[in-house]
Design a protein around this ligand. Structure first.
Ligand SMILES: Cc1ncc(COP(=O)(O)O)c(C=O)c1O
Length: 419
């Protein structure tokens, strides 16, 4: 049974900080005890390196590590576990794709398409690639409802995508986010991929699922994408571990991103041959404990199920938006789509022209943690003409009392600035 109050008992941080109102899960999530215990288990019981030693604890570490790969593979419905590459986060996954695909695929005059609402991690690597190769970066804008400008919805929520102005036969890569970390928009990724592939069947599609994987069931086969990335730490897992999923045939043909131990088959003075996928992309000693503990985060999410988690977050976001609007009326601007069903548990806002850093600082006096700033989406903030916003983001351990505290805290912020 989904009970956020009981769920908190699984998160030791609440025991150590009994007054904590944590509303910054889009930055990083809290960690349940099962994940922390698994990290400790590795260090206490079998902290050997993987894929090297032939003694028992090394074999145990390798088994646990490879089991995580299988569990992640099932988690996103990948066809084979070799399609899962462990990285240190979504950022590294995206850099790996841009760098490796860039070498293998991109030349002057080619086009790369992304959107204005990308996190810098899914924007800057493409921009850099463009500078290195002479490729052209095209950017999809947003509409008045803070959704992709190429998407229109019918009354019944059916989406139509028109990307004929942006995607052409010259477009080699389309890189888009699934859920916006700033606006909370759940984007119609499957539909845009379908439309892009109609225009150019050879297009490579990259999905940044950093804000989706913690909240939405991911099915890479149903999405029809070529690559998908996410970070462990935003989905209850440890920091320092990320996932890159790619279609096997792409991964096989791509050059390695880094060179060193474990990624080689044979090294001679003159030349080196590389290991098979996925090891070709996992050079050096990986974050073993973190990768092993990631499977506990997945087990925890699966125990409650995404339907319950999503319903809970949407309900909280709705409660927060309605309460803030009731309290502050015209003085507050809430970003993101008006329709609640197209939003995740992210609520960004601008209040009374008070600087978000001041808001966050005053809220911190009441142990309320929110994010203030540009949330690594400067091009989006520039388009919206706000240098900064305040963001509250909800997860399964939050409850309506957290929202009540937030609104009470914001009331105090407004009073402070009225003085
Ligand atoms: C949408 C999105 N993409 C990518 C990232 C980068 O994730 P990480 O910092 O874990 O590499 C983030 C982090 O906030 C994000 O929200």
């Amino acid at each position: 049974m989904f009970n956020p109050k009981q769920i908190r008992d699984d998160f030791p941080i609440y025991y150590h900080n009994p007054h904590l109102i944590y509303l910054d899960s889009a930055a990083t999530s809290l960690k349940p005890i099962s994940v922390i215990d698994k990290l400790n288990e590795y260090y206490k019981k079998y902290s050997a390196n993987i894929h090297r030693g032939i003694y028992k604890i090394a074999e145990k570490a390798s088994e646990e590590y490879e089991e995580s790969r299988k569990i992640v593979s099932l988690f996103i419905n990948s066809k084979r576990s070799e399609e899962i590459i462990f990285t240190k986060g979504a950022t590294e996954s995206l850099n790996l794709i841009a760098s490796s695909l860039g070498q293998a695929l991109i030349k002057e005059g080619d086009e790369i398409v992304t959107t204005i609402l990308e996190h810098h991690a899914n924007f800057v690597p493409w921009q850099q690639l463009m500078a290195q190769t002479g490729a052209v970066l095209k950017v999809i804008d947003i509409n008045d409802n803070h959704e992709w400008g190429v998407a229109t919805y019918s009354k019944h929520g059916k989406v139509r995508i028109d990307i004929s102005d942006v995607v052409t036969t010259k477009t080699k890569i389309l890189a888009v986010n699934y859920v916006s970390n700033t606006l909370g928009t759940i984007n119609p990724v499957k539909e845009i991929i379908q439309e892009a592939k109609k225009i150019n069947p050879a297009i490579i599609t990259v999905v940044d699922a950093a804000q989706a994987a913690p909240h939405i069931p991911i099915d890479v086969q149903s999405l029809g994408c070529d690559f998908l990335v996410f970070s462990g730490h935003k989905m209850l897992g440890p920091t320092g571990v990320g996932v890159l999923w790619g279609k096997y045939e792409h991964l096989q043909s791509m050059p390695p991103y880094q060179f060193g131990g474990d990624m080689i088959r044979e090294v001679a003075l003159e030349e080196t041959t590389f290991n098979d996928v996925p090891h070709k992309f996992e050079a050096g000693t990986p974050p073993i404990a973190e990768i092993i503990a990631l499977k506990e985060a997945i087990a925890y999410l699966k125990y409650f199920g995404f339907e319950a988690i999503q319903n809970h977050e949407k309900q909280l976001a709705r409660y927060a938006i309605e309460k803030m609007q009731q309290e502050f009326g015209e003085r507050i601007t809430i970003l993101g789509p008006r329709e609640f069903e197209r939003r995740s548990g992210v609520v960004s806002f601008v209040l009374n022209k008070i600087h978000p850093h001041d808001i966050a600082q005053i809220l911190d006096e009441y142990d309320i943690c929110v994010r203030a700033g540009h949330h690594c989406t400067m091009p989006l903030h520039h388009t919206l003409q706000y240098p900064a916003t305040t963001r509250a983001s909800f997860y399964l351990y939050n409850n309506e009392e957290d929202v009540d505290h937030l609104v009470k805290g914001l009331r105090k912020v407004v009073k402070t600035f009225q003085k």
